[in-house]
Design a binder for this molecule. Structure first.
Ligand code: DAH
Length: 333
């Protein structure tokens, strides 16, 4: 079959070409006025082979065009080395993951070790061992989410951790003998949702226990964190407060970064509160098997979202944005 042979021959040659110039030559050789296709056609019976002639011609033509695009797409004759490349879209760590890594780095410089304890934990570690027995009104401050599971005979009900303070007694039990310098950083959950609260959020909990630990150690640690996180000009202050698991207890404020502590619309007083702290209550040390007559300690527990929100230049007024899929917001980080 002369037409079929011709087609196969043409397609084979086309597939081997490496340049547009070769393709142009083949086009003339096969489809040109005096080309091979016309030569063969002259000798054929026009009535019976008309359709097959057209099909062969079309097949060769489309093979030529297809090869042409292949060649220009790969070993293009025209190749502009200076044209900017197309960057593949690159993701990045979520702002909260970035904040967590930075917080961990700051405390590691002070010799703290990051640990992780369960996010679903027993009442004992979340409340009871922290000097909040069942029915104590202080528990009401934590909008607790309970797990519908049978209670443990000694450790009580299972809850979603409302704070990272559950790591305190767990760490004392793990280490057994001070010194302890723990950073427990993880997820917490409370039944609360508004511009400054999300049901799931993160806290970081510091715990230092050793001989002779006192309030200046706490204050020095807070100041160090403040300078690293907010900037060198930041000042901190501690205000008396009440927590069941610390005595004395404090709330910690930093100077507002929006007005450098002068007082503005955002902070009113020049100070912004970042979280709680205090000297570990003797009952908590005892619950962790540590003798409060020999050892003392300090602790603090703050929200990651909260300190991120207050970072200079950020002033995120609705932290729920952090957990949305709003790419315009997230891509800024
Ligand atoms: N757990 C407290 C909360 O979630 C914060 C806190 C206050 C942690 C004082 C501490 C502390 O370790 O000493 O509100």
């Amino acid at each position: 079959m002369p037409l079929l042979n011709l087609k196969n021959q043409a397609l084979a040659l086309i597939s081997q070409t490496v340049s547009g110039q070769e393709l142009a030559q083949l086009r003339i050789a096969f489809l040109g006025r005096k080309g091979q296709l016309n030569q063969v056609f002259k000798k054929l019976d026009k009535v019976n082979y008309g359709r097959q002639f057209n099909e062969t011609k079309q097949a060769i033509e489309s093979a030529l065009t297809e090869r042409q695009t292949q060649l220009t797409g790969t070993t293009a004759e025209w190749f502009d080395l200076t044209a900017p490349g197309q960057l593949p879209p690159l993701g990045h760590l979520h702002p909260i993951s970035q904040a967590i890594a930075e917080i961990q780095r700051i405390f590691e410089h002070l010799g703290f070790t990051r640990v992780r304890y369960p996010e679903v934990d027993w009442d004992h570690y979340v409340f009871e061992a922290l000097n909040m027995p069942a029915d104590h009104p202080a528990r009401d401050e934590w909008e607790t989410i309970f797990i519908d599971a049978p209670a443990h005979p000694k450790l009580g009900q299972m809850v979603l951790t409302t704070h990272t303070s559950n790591g305190q007694v767990r760490e004392m039990e793990r280490v057994k003998k001070p010194p302890i310098r723990m950073l427990n950083l993880g997820k917490c959950y409370r039944r609360q949702q508004d511009p400054t609260h999300t049901i799931m959020f993160h806290q970081f909990e510091g715990l230092v226990v050793d001989k002779g630990i006192s309030i200046p150690h706490l204050k020095g640690t807070l100041d160090y964190f403040g300078r690293q996180w907010f900037g060198p000009k930041i000042k901190s202050r501690i205000r008396p407060f009440h927590f069941q698991f610390t005595e004395p207890s404090f709330e910690v404020d930093f100077t507002c970064t929006a007005c450098n502590g002068r007082g503005c619309r955002f902070c009113k007083s020049g100070w912004v509160e970042v979280g709680g702290a205090g000297m570990v209550h003797p009952k908590v040390l005892s619950a962790g098997g540590i003798d409060p007559k020999k050892y003392s300690g300090f602790a603090f527990g703050w929200g990651v979202e909260r300190v991120l929100r207050l970072k200079p230049g950020l002033n995120i007024d609705d932290i729920r944005l952090l957990y949305s899929t709003n790419q315009e917001f997230l891509n800024q980080f």
